[in-house]
Design a protein around this ligand. Structure first.
Ligand SMILES: [Zn+2]
Length: 195
């Protein structure tokens, strides 16, 4: 099953992300396509939209582009968007928060401002995008100990981050309508099941 999926993706040369909506079609997160397929396989989500141009041959369907959870889940605001490199790069505008150099998925690291080994939490307000050199230099030290400074105060991103980060790309433009509550309501085709 997964081999077929991989081949389909490789052949297309693209690794699309999938928009995940809550049970009330509120934007929840952007997830990796593999996680999207896992949620589908577990029957946790319904498909709202598909990518017309990315087929999953093993399933005989297209890759979903928007999924909605069948249940309404309550997620604390601070945990809404998972801390991963992709989301962190969006928040920090692809810039090392210490030296200011340009970052991409290949050279970026997730720096814990107060190191986790020193009691720092894995939360948005304690992470910053950093290049490898700065991350190595900072090592296991606090900002003060390392004598380093952040260029921007870290914050917990909202769904606007995802909106700005993705919808400028042609393949994700159709996500835009999910970011207004009116738009999401008008798009809701099926009632949410409460199994
Ligand atoms: Zn740097």
């Amino acid at each position: 099953m997964h081999n077929g999926v991989l081949e389909a993706q490789k052949a297309k040369g693209q690794m699309r992300s999938v928009l995940l909506l809550n049970g009330n079609w509120e934007v929840l997160d952007v997830i990796h396509w593999k996680r999207a397929l896992l949620l589908l396989w577990k029957n946790k989500v319904r498909i709202c939209e598909e990518f017309d141009d990315v087929a999953i041959h093993a399933f005989g369907v297209n890759l979903p582009s928007v999924l909605a959870l069948k249940r309404l889940v309550v997620i604390p605001f601070g945990r809404r968007f998972r801390i991963n490199k992709r989301n962190l790069l969006l928040r920090d505008k692809h810039q090392c928060q210490y030296c200011g150099c340009h970052l991409n998925m290949g050279n970026a690291t997730i720096d814990h401002i107060t190191p986790q080994s020193r009691g720092g939490d894995h939360i948005w307000r304690n992470v910053a995008a950093a290049c490898r050199a700065c991350n190595n230099r900072k090592d296991n030290k606090t900002l003060k100990e390392a004598g380093m400074h952040l260029r921007h105060r870290p914050y917990t991103p909202s769904k606007e981050l995802v909106y700005v980060g993705y919808t400028y790309k042609p393949e994700y433009q159709h996500w835009a309508q999910y970011f207004t509550s009116e738009g999401a309501k008008s798009l809701m085709r099926e009632p949410v099941s409460h199994e």
